[in-house]
Design a protein around this ligand. Sequence first.
Ligand code: ARG
Ligand code: ASP
Length: 721
Amino acid sequence: MRSLLFGLIFTFISQVAVAGEGMWLPLLLKSLNEAEMQQLGMKLSAEDIYSVNRGSLKDAIVHFGGFCTSELISPDGLLLTNHHCGYGQIQQHSSLEHNYLKNGFWAMDRNQELPNPGLTATFINEIMDVTDRVLAFVNDDMTVSERQTMVDKNISKLRKNFELEEYQDLVVRPFFEGNQYFAFITTTYKDVRLVGAPPESIGKFGADTDNWVWPRHTGDFSLFRIYAGPDNLPADYSDENVPLKSKHFLPISLDGVEPGDFTMVFGFPGRTSEYLPSYAIKQLVEKLNPAKIKIRETALSILDKYMREDETVRIQYASKFARVANYWKKWIGESMGLERTKAIEKKEKYEKRFTSALPKDSPYRTILPEFEKLYKDRAPLAFVRDYYSELTGRNIEMMRLVRMGQSLVSNYENNGEESFIEYRDRVKPSVESFFKDYKAEIDSEVFEALTKLYKSNVDKAYVPRMMHAKNDEDMNGRSTNSSDFVLHHTVFNKKDKLLAVLEMEPSEAVETLKNDPLYKFGEQWKMLYDEKVANPLNKIQFRMDSLQRIYMKAQMEVFPNKVFYPDANSTMRLTYGQVNGYSPQDAVYYTPVTHLEGVIEKYVPGDYEFDISDKLLELYRTKDYGPYADANGKMPVCFIGTNHTTGGNSGSPAIDAHGNLIGLNFDRAWEGTMSDYNYDPTICRNIMVDARYILFVIDKYAGAGHLIEEMKLVHPKSEME
Ligand code: ARG
Ligand code: ASP
C-alpha cells in the first residue's frame, strides 16, 4: 500500500514536472498526449483539436505571412495576431497625417479595411505521415548524398499522387533530423486586410526595455481579415471578394485564468534544437553567444547614441534597433538560463546514461566521441562564421549593398548584360528604400568599431589584408587611416553616387564597382572567408547533420519509454501546460498575471517606451472596464504559462480546457529563453496578452464595438458551476 502510494505520488510529481515541455504534432495527439492533457484538465478530445473529417480547432489556426501565427475569431474571417507581427503592414499604411503606429488604426466598417499586397494566410488541411514513402529504398550503407538523392526522388514521386488546386501546396518536411517525414496540404489566401491596431503606446508598451521581460504590460495585438472570392476560395485582391466563411473560429472566454489552469498554444514554431550533444551547448555558451552579444552591444551603443541626439534618427532607426536588440537580449537570457539550470551537466549526465545503456559492440558507441571531435574542429570556424555573418549580413549595413554589388558583377560576368540589367532593375527599389532610413555617419562608425573588434578577436589567418592595414599605403599610397579612405571613397554609403553607378552602361558599372575600395574590401574578405571558413565548415556541418540524425535514432532506441517530440521546423504544433508563476532568482517569485495598475506604475509621460495615452488613463481613472474586468474589478493585461514556445509562435492563441481563446502568445520570459535548447519547467514561461485586455482595448478604448459583435464571447467557468 505504502509503495503504491509512493508510486502514485511519484508519477504525479514527475508528470507535473514535465507538463509544458514539447511541441507536438496535431496528428499524433491521440496516441501521445490526449491522456495527459485530459489529466491536466482538458475537456476536449484529440479529435476536437485535429480532424480531417470535420471542423476542428486546427481550422482556426493560420500561418500569418509565413513568419507568425494568427487565429480566426469570428465566422467572418476576422484574424487575431500580434502587433509586432502586423508591424510592417501597420507601418506601410502610416504617414505623417495618418500615423497608425502612433495613434492606432480602426476600420469602422468593412470598406475601411486596408489591403496588404504580398501578405498571406495559410491553413493546414491535412497532415500525413509519409516516412515510409520518403525513406523507401534508403539504407544505412548509403552515403549522405546518395541518401539525399533518393529522398528527393521519393518526394517528387509522392507529389505526383496529389492533385492540388492552384491555391494549395504539399509541403514535405523532415522530422527528428530526417528519421521521419510528414507532409502538409496547405491552402493559402492572398487577400488579407488590416482591420485594427492599437497605438504603439499599448501594442508596443515597454518596447525594448520590456522585451523578453516578465512582469509585462504590453497589449501586443492587431486584427486582420481574410477575404475570399465569392465561392469562398482563395483569390487575388478584388472588390468582389468577401469575408472568408471559416470552418471553425475560436470563441473568446471572458472568465480569465487562475494559477494551475490548463492552457494550450497552437501555432507555427520556427526552430528549436533540443537534442544536441553537450559539446554544442558548451560551445554556444562559452564562445558563440558571448561573441554575438559583444558585436551587437557595440553596434547598439552607437545607434543609441545617435538616436538620443536626434528625433528623426530615432524614428529612422527604431525598427532596425528593435531587430538587432531582440536577439541580442535573447542570447543574454539564453546563456544565463543555460548556466543557471546547469544545462551542460544535465546533458553530460544524459549522455553517460545513453552510453552505459549501449551494448559493448554497439555502433552507436562512436557517436559522442565523434561529436566531441567535430565540435572541437568546428569551434574556430563557427566563431568566425558568426563574426562574419553578424558584421556583413546584419550590423554593418553598407556590407549588404556590397553583397548586392557582388551579385550584379557576377550576373554580368557569368550571364551577360541582360542578366545584369534584369537584376539591377529588380534591386533598384530596395536600394532606394535602403537609403530612406540610413545615415552614413552612423554606419561608418559601426563599420570602424566592428572591424576593430573583428581584428582583435578573430585569428589573424581570417583577417583580410585590407582590414589589417594600419594606413592605406599598402593599398593606395596615401597616408590616411585605411578605413577612413575606404569609407570616404566608396559609393556604397552614398545614395546618389551608387544609383548613378547603377545607371551606367553595364560594362562601365561593373568596372566602377570592381574598383570601389569597399567593394575590393568586401571581395577580399569574402574570398578569404569562403576558402578558409565556409568550405571546411560546410564539410564538418554536413557530417554533423547526418551524425545528428543517427544520434536521434539511437536515443529513441536506447530510451524506448521516453516520449520524444520533434524539434520545431515552422510546421503546425501544439504545446500545452499551465498558468504558473516562477522564481527567477533566490527569494524572488513572480506571480503569473499582470493588471492595468502595472501599466500605470510603469508610466513615464513623454517617454517613447512608457508613455500612455490620455484615453487609457481616463479609462483607468474611471474604471470603465465594461464586462472585461476580473472578479475583483481589476483589468488583467498579461499572463504567463509553462507552454513550450519559440519564435514563430508569436500571435498563437492561448486556448483553455474547452477550446476557447483566453490569450494571445507574444513572447517568453527572459530567464527561460534557453527553451530552444533546454526546456526547463521551473523557469521557462511563455507570455500572453489576456483576451479580456484585447476586448477592452477594441471596445472601450477604440470604440470598435462592431468588431466585438461578430465574435462569440463565452463564460465556460460560470457555466460549469
Ligand atoms: N521578443 C519577441 C519576439 O521574439 C518580440 C519582439 C518584438 N518586439 C521588440 N521590442 N523587438 O519576437
Ligand atoms: N516573440 C517571438 C515571436 O515573434 C516568440 C518567442 O520567441 O517566444 O515569434
